[in-house]
Write a protein that binds this ligand. Structure first.
Ligand code: M6R
Length: 615
């Protein structure tokens, strides 16, 4: 986590770095800082709190002049969030200044060594150790900054994206990455550095994404040279043209990114299947699958690795793949998979799902699977992200930037991609007839319209939210395809409103959670037609008998649940395997309204970050 930004060129660095930090705040927001060099002085300002707090403080504290600058927005790993632990960190001589996203795992012995050599530290951070290690190498070996960074990084264990400059040579910034993302925006006689491309999108469309283990010395007026940190070999820079525009990363009239992104789902889902689904011809085209069809068709099993909401999308995919393609599927938390010595066969296909494409645990799971010979396929949203580059092949979700920390459109577009894959494989395996296949494609085409319809429940969701906003616990129940939706509904509520919530398969309720039910407990039951409807209605009866408050998510025209529930929210009818694309919508809206009513920070909930690049 953490967001890093830098600028070197002919413009004033401050507004670029500050705005960049605002755009990267989704990556961490417990403290922020900026370092600028104005031609004679290095000025550093940093504070606990948000970028807005930094702005207020900085503008009264230091002059904002200078055309070289770096900034950081932090998600604390080493040391509590306070002013001192905030980045940038300055070396003991006062010459070097650094920002860092990641963790230096062996910082303690390095720190000890530096203490023995007379260095002092004011913070608890691994980053202050790193900048002094670089300084120590630079002085001892009498080398330039780039070389010193390289030597120092070769002594570290851990993960980093760093930017460092020397106030005595303020015409260059040295950057490096291992395990944390780093993009370089390439302009005319200017460079931008950032954790992703959003900070520089209005200045340049050309970006270089450093690969793991690469570094660069970025000098204004000079061509960029990229080297491998390990062996110093030169790498040809690959400049990508960005497909991102400013509008996509702004709120566009909505109060929060989350609600904007909830409402973007009809278009996002359309973008996901655009160009892939040929309903008339009865085909699905996906290059990543077409080019590797034999791997999928001959797969012994599919293992899905992911975290959080992406893991929930993986659970939906398990049902879909097994139902359509009849391939056995296992869904694993990436964080468990990577450490439990799993049995992986060469004819396994591993699907890694990640919105950001940067999640450290998912990345590690991919590396493990690759090392054991499996074919690894990525389902990512962020184009050019680390996971999309680490996997053998993949499919983008094309949801557009998701900025709200609570994942919404990423979830529905992940399910859309995975459904397309499952249908395609089912067709090739002869598990679906041509007409069944076409029926699914036709219904998928109707889904964006049905999501729009489901969004019409917004006002009603606000009414229900008002009634239950003061609950301290909530239960979410669903069966079959709606079980992962129940988990996702509970996650949405807890992460943005801090209300304790649990998701369960409805039938599991009687094995424990039923003990929790009393008149204080709101129970959100997803009871759509088909999908074990009668069984879920029986579960609703059981809740009713124990005085629980029932909020039913039901299919239009429902009668049974309506008779029992305190509230019902209707969604349009669809084919059962596509239900999660609709049933999740009212749950997203409910969580959103509850969090707003509780005056929580919807887009940046406490303790969280959008992209979890530490394990
Ligand atoms: O970027 P990823 O999809 O890999 O992120 C995985 C989780 O960190 C993420 O889904 C998280 O659970 C969200 N905050 C949920 O809304």
């Amino acid at each position: 986590m953490c967001g890093i930004v830098g600028y070197i060129g002919y413009r004033e660095a401050y507004p670029i770095v500050l705005q960049g930090l605002q755009r990267l705040e989704y990556r961490g927001y417990d403290s922020a800082g900026i370092a600028l060099y104005d031609g004679s002085n290095l000025k550093v300002s940093k504070t606990k709190g948000k970028v807005e707090d930094l702005k207020n403080r900085l503008e009264s504290e230091i002059s904002t002049k200078g055309s070289i600058g770096i900034g950081h927005t932090r998600w604390a790993t080493h040391g509590v969030p306070n002013d001192i632990n905030s980045h940038p960190h300055v070396s003991n001589s006062g010459n070097l200044v650094i920002i860092h996203n990641g963790i230096i795992e062996n910082y303690d012995p390095l720190r000890q060594e530096l203490l023995n050599r007379g260095y002092t530290f004011s913070s608890d951070t691994d980053t202050e150790v790193l900048v002094n290690l670089i300084e120590d190498v630079k002085t001892k070996e009498n080398v330039k900054l780039g070389k010193a960074v390289q030597i120092a990084l070769n002594q570290t264990i851990g993960a980093y994206a760093i930017a460092v400059f020397d106030k005595t040579k303020p015409n260059e910034i040295v950057v490096a990455r291992l395990g944390s993302p780093l993009a370089i925006g390439v302009g005319e006689n200017e460079f931008f550095i950032a954790s992703d491309a959003t900070p520089f999108i209005e200045y340049t469309n050309n970006a270089i994404y450093l690969e793991d283990g690469e570094m660069a010395v970025v000098r204004n007026h000079k061509k960029l040279k990229i080297r491998k940190i390990k062996d110093d070999s030169l790498v040809d820079p690959y400049v990508q043209e960005l497909q991102l525009n400013l509008e996509q990363i702004e709120k566009g009239g909505y109060d929060h990114f989350m609600i904007k992104e909830i409402y973007e789902q009809p278009d996002a889902i359309t973008d996901t299947f655009r160009g892939r689904m040929k309903t008339k011809e009865g085909i699905i085209r996906m290059a990543g699958i077409d080019d590797n069809l034999d791997k999928f068709l001959n797969a012994r099993r599919i293992i899905i690795v992911a975290c959080g909401t992406s893991w929930h999308a993986g659970l939906v995919a398990e049902y879909i793949f097994e139902e359509f393609a009849r391939i056995p599927v296992e869904v694993e938390y990436a964080s468990e998979f990577r450490y439990r010595n799993p049995v992986i066969y060469e004819d396994d296909v591993v699907i890694a799902i990640s919105q950001s494409g940067e999640t450290a645990d998912t990345m590690a799971a991919i590396k493990l699977a690759k090392a054991q010979g499996a074919f690894v396929f990525g389902v990512c949203n962020v184009v050019g992200s680390s996971i999309s580059r680490e996997t053998h092949a993949g499919a983008y979700t094309h949801a557009g930037p998701e900025i709200g920390v609570a994942s919404t459109k990423a979830f529905t577009t992940q399910i859309t991609v995975l459904t397309l894959i499952a249908l395609k494989l089912a067709k090739h395996k002869g598990k679906l007839s041509a007409s069944e296949f076409r029926t699914y494609l036709q219904e998928l085409e109707r889904i964006p319209g049905k999501v729009k319809k489901a969004l019409e429940s917004n006002e009603q969701a606000a009414i229900v939210a008002k009634e239950y906003k003061d609950a301290t616990n909530a239960l979410y129940l669903g069966r079959g395809y709606n079980f992962p939706v129940a988990l996702e509904g509970a996650l949405k509520l807890k992460e943005i409103s801090y209300i304790h919530a649990e998701g369960y398969p409805a039938a599991e309720m009687k094995h424990g959670p039923i003990a929790l039910i009393d008149e204080q407990m709101p129970v959100f039951v997803i009871a759509t037609k088909k999908g074990h409807y009668e069984k879920v209605v029986s579960n609703v009866e059981e809740i009713k008998a124990r005085s629980g408050k029932i909020i039913g998510i039901v299919t239009e025209g429902d009668v049974e649940v309506r008779k029992l529930a305190d509230h019902v929210i209707e969604i349009p009818e669809t084919l059962e395997p596509l239900t999660p694309l609709l049933s999740t919508i009212p749950l997203q809206l409910l969580s959103y309204h509850i969090a707003v009513m509780l005056e929580k920070n919807v887009d940046q909930p406490r303790n969280l970050a959008k992209s979890v690049t530490v394990e």
